[in-house]
Write a protein that binds this ligand. Structure first.
Ligand code: ZN
Ligand code: ZN
Length: 438
């Protein structure tokens, strides 16, 4: 007889395949099966207070569901759920790649209420089992289609049922495959339009899905040295060893590949996807140090638009954008308007359109603060250069741009007329203005 566990285990959907279930989906299905809400189940899992995260963990998790990387929260959740159900769950997140790969920025940005799914996968699940499950693949940034069915993922627009009764808020079922409003299993109340996926989107989805399908034994072969070996193999085979040409074709920073190979830093998953597709290489082979040709093509711009750092698809509403801006305005150090937009993952145009007055106010506040900062930098540079000047003069040495910078150790960028440059210029042209009366 197998040992008793706190919760009864539920088979992980698509285990060992690219269609593997996400940790979020599993938590939700286990909750439903135990007639608990996800919050109740999570509160139970985090009830012990041996670590500091217990009290706030459930609400933190359900707010964003950012548990699919190697974050501390994700690791603790997966560990506790494994103990509670007695089953291995390592493949339900990306955490197993967390050592050699950097997993920041790999999760699709969205609010927990908004889900994406492949309508055909959901249909097929319905034929096989009671509750359709959510794929880990659907949670990942850059993935916008189902590689199995070649259609774009559908972003749920909410319940499509007309006139029917809505389920009371506290007893709504929370699962990717169930409509929370009317309880329709398989979200049959929604009528998503099937849109054929483009070739680049398909290439990305295929490439990432093959990585998800790696078994735990294969994952052990994904190490820092192996990944570097794989990168080198692709650059050698496809770009004649030229890292800059490879980076350009992949739409990533020109020095990135060189840095990965030389400095032994961990490599982001997204740029690796970009490099593998640009080089027509199989990503899952690349991760274990081999070059295997793959029939994929995409331009640098196409790859960058889908996977690049600055391009974030965000589903922020106008209200959220206004709130975000007013929060930014209250900061002691106001961010620039551009930075505020990218922090939320929206374009500057969208942010400005949502709250024109706040946008103007933030830009103005940032400008004033920058002027104050640059004023400080100017007066600091001024006093440093004046000291250097008198030291040079006392030794009978020439005072010029070069000697001032050398002696003070404070470099002024000459290409940019910044505060240091202005200070140096003023010290050289009219030092008498700044001399203290002796
Ligand atoms: Zn599908
Ligand atoms: Zn519904």
């Amino acid at each position: 007889m197998s040992p008793r566990t706190l919760l009864f285990p539920m088979a992980v959907g698509g285990l060992g395949t690219a269609q593997v279930e996400s940790l979020r989906s599993l938590v939700e299905r286990i909750s439903l099966a135990h007639h608990r809400t996800t919050r109740q189940l999570l509160s139970y899992l985090f009830r012990s207070s041996s670590d500091g995260m217990s009290a706030s963990a459930p609400s933190e998790i359900t707010r964003t569901w950012c548990v699919h990387t190697d974050s501390e929260l994700g690791r603790v959740l997966i560990h506790r759920l494994q103990v509670a159900t007695g089953q291995a769950l390592a493949t339900t997140t990306l955490a197993r790649f967390g050592g050699p790969l950097s997993l920041s920025n790999v999760i699709h940005l969205k609010k927990s209420g908004k889900v994406r799914y492949c309508p055909i996968c959901l249909e097929n699940d319905l034929l096989e089992q009671e509750i359709p499950y959510g794929r880990l693949l659907w949670e990942l940034r850059g993935v916008s289609c189902c590689p199995l069915h070649g259609v774009q993922l559908h972003s749920s627009t909410g319940c499509g049922g007309v006139g029917g009764k809505r389920i009371a808020l506290q007893s709504r079922p929370r699962a990717i495959g169930v409509c929370p409003d009317c309880g329709s299993v398989g979200r049959r109340c929604e009528t998503p339009i099937l849109i054929k996926a483009g070739s680049v989107d398909l290439a990305i989805a295929h490439s990432i899905s093959k990585v998800l399908a790696l078994s735990e034994e294969e994952c052990e072969l994904v190490t820092g040295p192996a990944v570097r070996e794989g990168i080198k193999a692709v650059v050698d085979c496809r770009f004649e060893g030229n890292t800059i040409a490879a980076a350009r074709a992949a739409g990533i920073g020109r020095g990135s590949i060189c840095t990965w190979l030389k400095k032994h830093t961990s490599v982001g998953l997204a740029p690796l996807v970009q490099l593998s597709i640009a080089g027509g290489a199989d990503l899952s082979a690349m991760l274990v140090g081999r070059f295997v040709s793959a029939d994929v093509h995409a331009t640098a711009v196409e790859l960058k638009n889908r996977l690049g750092r600055t391009y974030l698809r965000s589903s922020a509403t106008a209200d959220e954008m206004r709130q975000h801006l007013s929060n930014a305005l209250e900061c002691d150090e106001a961010p620039s308007f551009k930075r505020a937009a990218s922090a939320l993952g929206v374009s500057t145009e969208a942010l400005r359109a949502a709250a024109p007055v706040l946008a103007k106010a933030l830009a103005a506040k940032h400008r004033v603060q920058r002027e104050i900062r640059s004023g400080d930098a100017y007066s600091h540079a001024l006093s440093v250069y004046m000291q250097a000047r008198s030291a040079l003069l006392s030794r009978g040495k020439a005072v010029n741009q070069k000697s001032l910078q050398l002696h003070s150790g404070l470099k002024a960028s000459l290409g940019r007329h910044g505060p240091r440059y202005r200070a140096m210029h003023d010290v050289l042209s009219d030092p008498a203005r700044f001399e203290l009366p002796s």
